[in-house]
Ligand binder design. Sequence first.
Ligand SMILES: C[S@@+](CC[C@H](N)C(=O)[O-])C[C@H]1O[C@@H](n2cnc3c(N)ncnc32)[C@H](O)[C@@H]1O
Length: 221
Amino acid sequence: MGQKETFLGGEADRFFGRNRGIYDGESGYSQSYSVEPTLLRMGIRPRSILEIGCSNGWRLASLRDKFPDARLAGLEPSQEAVEAGKARWGLDLRVGTADELPFHDGEFDLVIFGGCLYLCDRADLFRIAWQADRVLADTGFVCLWDYASKVPYANAYSHRDGLRSFKMDYPSMFLWNPDYWMVALDPAGGIKDSPDDRMVVALLRKQRETAWPPNPWTRSP
Ligand SMILES: C[S@@+](CC[C@H](N)C(=O)[O-])C[C@H]1O[C@@H](n2cnc3c(N)ncnc32)[C@H](O)[C@@H]1O
């Protein structure tokens, strides 16, 4: 069984149970792990936002204050988190995983990965990037809130035997492709002594139409 099935089969509910205090409460967690400063600094005005791995949707709820006209949607494997967020904020949250997005092509102009990539099965990474690209409109943005170690490695997941937390340079899932470029890269969650704890907010822009100018030597096509 992969990590995806384990999370869908109850591990995501346990994750939410352990952390709901910080997602619900006044701990300051939402301030430290907000993506809003990056979006606002870069002048992004999204009209439709999807957060993948959104838990109870606290980040979407806070984005609603800044972008009141934007359509918001979230996807999360924890049924309990989804129900809690729907009840509290009336958000459009759905149960599911990053490799299979139940949305139409080009439906969003901002897709946020909310710290879920480090938990995803390695064999799903290409599919996950493809799905995000599929639902993202051209000229839209991907915002990755996650680890960004230049060196890939795995930790044992401390809450359940057999699972792992994977650290790697997640923006590189998109940046190999000329359609995407890095708009901003900020530290997330303050200064961390251990490189293992360091997270980033990476904002990437998709610009397919302008990524492929005519051949500069032959001027074709
Ligand atoms: C570190 S939490 C982050 C929650 C919230 N987005 C935040 O920033 O506080 C990671 C979330 O990813 C979810 N997750 C785990 N595997 C996933 C997958 N394959 N696809 C999408 N989300 C997943 C977990 O259930 C958990 O809610």
